[in-house]
Design a protein. Structure first.
Length: 214
């Protein structure tokens, strides 16, 4: 009996990777202090591209909500007295009494290895920066797919897998649980659920894909 393997057309593969790329970028933007540009981006989402974008659209705020979003963002991620959802990886993976740990330095080195600017205003393992790094890796993968460089694309997929398994995927679930528990706005409660669900799916899919490449 002849085995028939599913063949993924290059156009379909590229479309899916571009979707992943854009989700990472949008999630990263959502973990910066909210402003009018973020609201504009959320209100212009193409909800037909995938479930994540549809889910984000369900709780996209109006421009009149900007003040309540800023207050909730500050309560969750900034303080000043107590940070309810610590947005730094090292504070989950190491010692919660200090922000910059060994894992933070390791993340910074990984950024530098990709040629990224390491003169950061924020601590390198902030949730927004780790999501943006994943965006960058998927962006580079999509560029490799366009150039029909399958080996290069596979290399960037492996880098995504490594970064999720050694950093972002190790702490994001506890972080989003804290966020969902303490958020006062529907937007941030929804964002916590979406982030957790998306990263969980990413870990599963990248693990499967890495095995199929071997």
């Amino acid at each position: 009996m002849e085995l028939v393997h599913d063949v993924v057309e290059p156009e379909a593969e590229l479309s899916y990777e571009e979707y992943r790329r854009d989700v990472y970028k949008l999630l990263s933007d959502c973990y910066h202090l909210p402003d009018e540009q973020l609201l504009e981006n959320l209100n212009s989402l193409d909800i037909n591209r995938g479930q994540i974008l549809l889910n984000l659209a369900e709780h996209r705020p109006d421009t009149s909500d900007i003040d309540s979003l800023i207050v909730d963002y500050s309560r969750l991620f900034v303080g000043p007295y107590q940070i309810l959802a610590l947005p730094y990886g090292s504070m989950y993976m190491e010692d919660k009494s200090r922000i910059m740990g060994d894992s933070s330095i390791e993340v910074k080195k990984m950024y530098a290895e990709e040629g990224l600017d390491i003169c950061l205003k924020e601590v390198p393992d902030h949730i927004a920066l780790e999501l943006e790094f994943m965006y960058y890796l998927v962006f580079r993968e999509t560029e490799a797919i366009r150039m029909a460089e399958s080996g290069l694309a596979a290399g960037y997929r492996n880098k995504q897998k490594v970064f999720l398994e050694t950093h972002l995927g190790r702490w994001v679930f506890e972080f989003t649980r804290n966020m969902a528990e303490h958020a006062q706005t529907g937007f941030y409660k929804n964002l916590a659920d979406i982030t957790s669900s998306f990263i969980r799916t990413e870990l599963e899919n990248l693990s499967i894909n890495s095995k199929s490449i071997k």
